[in-house]
Each structure stands twice: as structure tokens, then as C-alpha cells.
Design a protein around this ligand. Structure first.
Ligand code: NDP
Length: 252
């Protein structure tokens, strides 16, 4: 029960890695608020957590929108009284070469992956100051290496890493830790969609597997365990760090 008594706010929590984080944090004793746009998916998950006896609340929110994010933070505090842990997991990865990406897709990518992180942090910081809490922002291996066909996405993930370092420095005096979690290829619908967008999902998966020296893709649970470490007191001296959970992808 490494998060007993803690309140966690997880964006992008209704599926994939976010869902694994919500479930693990709840098992470890946290009260968890999670958010995403698709309410049906979120409400089903909320019910399944409640059925298992875990305190959890889903709020439909669009992390690109400031009013929506303000409401999410307000609702979290109204529900559980405080916030100890923020996980910015929501993200999208439209695959396209720079040349063929249209400006609307670019702007939406920046808003979903970068503006959201700024908005959630901005509105949660006053609450985290009261609890001396922590923030985990989602990067990627693509924060560290180039990714042909995903330059915009890779840029947003590099932004998450550097934003985390700068924010860690801004908030260290308040006892708030800020870290980035950088997954390698992790088997979720997000990854399956990204592989399919190459036109040959099987070949793209093999290409990706070949880049993971441990010889497999990650699981959402691999990432959730790393998030648990960063959120827990075990990481009480860890801030401004980018934790790679990538099966060795970036060691080469
Ligand atoms: P999923 O697509 O499974 O989950 C993404 C989540 O983000 C969903 O819950 C989605 O819910 C939510 N989301 C997207 N847009 C918004 C929005 N505007 N407002 C609120 N919520 C939103 O992806 P993964 O679990 O695979 O990825 C999670 C994170 O990990 C992402 O940041 C991704 O970049 C990162 N990552 C993933 C890797 C992988 O291989 N899977 C590798 C490296 C990094 P909804 O659509 O209902 O809003």
C-alpha cells in the first residue's frame, strides 16, 4: 500500500497506460480521479473499480481546454479534499511526415500533448503546494531519439521532458517533485493505431520489436509500476528526471 492516503489525478485514464496506472494506484491505496473525453469508457471503468472496492471517480474532461481542466482540478478537490499526485498521461500520436501534416493536425497535437500538460500543472500546482505532492509527465523514447514520420509527436514528448526539468526547478523549493516517464513501445490501442498508420502493421511491429533489445514490447503494467515508483516515497529524492522504461531502445 505505497500510496495509502494519497489522492491521485490521472489524465488519459480511461484506457491503455493511464488505465493501468489508475488500477495500480487504487490497489496501492490511493483515491484516484481519472479523466478523458469518452465518458462511457470512463464510467464503465469507474464502476468496475467501485465494484472491486476501490475509491475512484471518473470525470469527462478535455485537457486541451482550460475551463475543462480547471473544473477537473476543482472536482478532484471537492471529491477527495486534496491532490497529492498528478499524472499527465493523455496523449495522441497522429503519424505523418512533416511535409504532409496539415496545420490543424499539428495544432491539435500540440494542444493535446503540450498545452494540456501546462494547463493541468498550472491549475494543480496550488493544490500540490499544500500537500508537497508530485507530478509525472508522459514523455517517450521519441523524446530522446528522432522518429521519421512522427516528428511532431516526438517534439511534444521532448517538450514533456524539458518542461518537467524546468518545472522541477521552479517547484523544488515547495517540496514538489516533477518527473517525466518515457515509455518505449507499449502494447496499447494507441500503439496498434500508430503501427497500422504505416500501412503495414506487421512489418512496423517487427521494426519496432527489433529496436527493443529485451525482445518484446512493454505492457501498460510495466509503465504503471514505473509511475508508482515515481509517485511513491521511494522516489522522494528523485526530481527533474526522465525515467526511460523502454526495454533498452535508447541504450543503442
Ligand atoms: P491511449 O490512446 O490508450 O490513451 C490515451 C488516453 O488519452 C486516452 O484515455 C484518451 O481518452 C486520452 N485523451 C486523448 N486526448 C484527450 C483529450 N483531449 N482530453 C482528455 N483526454 C484525452 O494511449 P497510451 O495509453 O498508449 O499512451 C498514454 C501516454 O503514453 C501518451 O501520452 C503517449 O504519448 C505515451 N506513450 C505511449 C507509448 C506506447 O507505445 N503506447 C510509447 C511512448 C509514450 P479519450 O480519447 O477518451 O479522451
Amino acid at each position: 500500500m505505497r500510496l495509502e492516503g494519497k489522492v491521485a489525478l490521472v489524465t488519459g485514464g480511461n484506457r491503455g497506460i493511464g488505465e493501468a496506472i489508475v488500477r495500480l494506484f487504487a490497489k496501492e491505496g490511493a483515491s484516484v480521479v481519472f479523466a478523458a473525453r469518452r465518458a462511457v469508457l470512463g464510467e464503465q471503468m469507474e464502476q468496475s473499480l467501485i465494484d472491486e472496492g476501490y475509491p475512484a471517480h471518473f470525470f469527462a474532461a478535455d485537457v486541451r481546454d482550460e475551463e475543462s481542466v480547471e473544473g477537473l482540478v476543482r472536482n478532484t478537490v471537492a471529491t477527495y479534499g486534496k491532490i497529492d499526485i498528478v499524472v499527465n498521461c493523455a496523449g495522441i500520436a497522429p503519424a505523418s511526415t512533416v511535409e504532409s501534416m496539415d496545420v490543424e493536425t499539428w495544432d491539435n497535437l500540440m494542444a493535446t500533448n503540450v498545452r494540456s500538460m501546462f494547463l493541468v500543472c498550472k491549475h494543480a500546482i496550488p493544490e500540490l503546494r499544500k500537500t508537497r505532492g508530485c507530478i509525472i509527465n508522459f514523455g517517450s523514447t521519441f523524446a530522446m531519439v528522432g522518429a521519421a514520420g512522427s516528428a511532431g509527436y516526438a517534439l511534444t514528448k521532448a517538450a514533456a521532458v524539458n518542461f518537467s526539468k524546468s518545472l522541477a526547478l521552479e517547484l523544488a523549493g515547495d517540496g514538489i517533485r516533477v518527473n517525466a516517464l518515457c515509455p518505449g513501445g507499449t502494447d496499447t490501442e494507441f500503439l496498434r493505431d500508430w503501427l497500422a498508420s504505416s500501412g503495414d502493421a506487421k512489418a512496423a511491429e517487427q521494426w519496432l520489436l527489433d529496436r527493443h533489445p529485451l525482445g518484446r514490447l512493454g505492457t501498460p503494467e510495466d509503465q504503471a509500476k514505473a509511475a508508482l515508483f515515481l509517485a511513491s516515497d521511494d522516489a522522494s529524492f528523485v526530481t527533474g528526471h526522465a525515467l526511460l522504461v523502454d526495454g533498452g531502445y535508447t541504450a543503442q
